[in-house]
Write a protein that binds this ligand. Structure first.
Ligand SMILES: Nc1ncnc2c1ncn2[C@@H]1O[C@H](COP(=O)(O)OP(=O)(O)OP(=O)(O)O)[C@@H](O)[C@H]1O
Ligand SMILES: [Mg+2]
Length: 273
């Protein structure tokens, strides 16, 4: 139904982390979601999910060898994803202009098609931006990031993409940072979300398990889940995981047992002589 790209010209601002965890939040809330790893030179959604065996990839689709349906794989929580190829072998035969049609096809079958683009201004990054109907501009709150954010916003605007706003990531609330109100007036778009710098995000990518699954109650996830509510138009719950419930349950059990022991009548342990 809706395709959304999480765009930035600058690399390393959190596009993949935001896109993947947003996809998981939406999937967990019951939506039909597919994430497209459109960063074909640096495919990393598969790595972030810990899933590496994907014989047919987006590269096959854009090379005209396969249909997009052949490159859709099952991820956690009902999320589906289209990987890019880890090797750069097939890149030369990729026709980036085919991406839009592939996304349009996916839109017919899913509530949300989330696109993780390449950074920069080369054809791969632009084709990802061109293929989505809606976009967020991702940026960090440093002054040099403003020029990049403005460039991306202007590009998307020229293409007629619906701009949902800016997402400011890795926010430390340091006085040196550009404030959300300044970002809004510099870029001419509203700030849709402020995501804190959160070490759990880095820890999650290092351990190949998304933060949505590892630390669903982390500050990053709280802010991202709020944004998910803006996307769906209604409040979205934090994605609870089995691990979390397990820990909670065993804690409850621990205290229950402790109190039970205390409630027992004081019977002497050794029989009186
Ligand atoms: N809010 C955050 N707090 C802390 N670390 C973060 C946050 N967001 C992302 N990161 C970390 O920053 C690094 C870059 O993030 P990510 O790969 O998501 O960015 P990207 O924009 O997709 O990069 P690229 O442009 O290279 O594709 C990763 O190590 C990630 O774990
Ligand atoms: Mg990325």
């Amino acid at each position: 139904m809706t395709s959304i790209v999480f765009a930035s010209g600058k690399g390393g601002v959190g596009k993949s982390s935001i896109c993947l965890n947003m996809a998981l939040i939406l999937a967990k809330s019951g939506k039909k979601v597919v994430i497209v790893d459109a960063d074909m030179a640096m495919a990393n959604i598969g790595l972030m999910l810990g899933i590496e065996r994907t014989p047919i990839t987006l590269n096959h689709v854009l090379s005209g060898e396969n249909a997009i349906a052949d490159a859709v794989y099952d991820g956690p929580w009902g999320l589906r994803y289209v990987p890019s190829e880890l090797s750069t072998e097939r890149l030369s035969s990729v026709d980036y202009s085919k991406l839009k049609d592939a996304v349009l096809e996916l839109e017919k079958h899913y509530d949300y098609v989330l696109i993780d683009p390449a950074p920069g201004w080369m054809v791969d990054a632009k084709s990802a931006m061109d293929s989505a109907s809606e976009a967020y501009v991702i940026l960090t709150p440093e002054p040099p990031a403003m020029a990049d954010g403005l460039k991306v916003k202007n590009y998307l605007e020229r293409k007629g993409t619906k701009l949902n706003g800016a997402i400011v990531n890795m926010v430390l609330n340091d006085p040196s940072e550009v404030k959300p109100s300044e970002i809004e007036s510099l870029l001419g778009i509203k700030v849709a979300a402020i995501l804190p710098e959160d070490r759990m995000v880095r820890r999650a990518s290092a351990s190949q398990q998304p933060i949505a699954m590892q630390s669903p109650h982390s500050p990053f996830m709280l802010a991202l889940t709020k944004l998910a509510g803006q996307i769906t138009g209604h409040a979205v719950a934090l994605p609870e995981t089995k691990v979390k419930k397990g820990i909670l349950r065993s804690l409850v059990e621990f205290f229950r047992n402790l109190f039970r022991k205390k409630e027992k009548p004081n019977v002497p342990v050794t029989a009186p002589k």
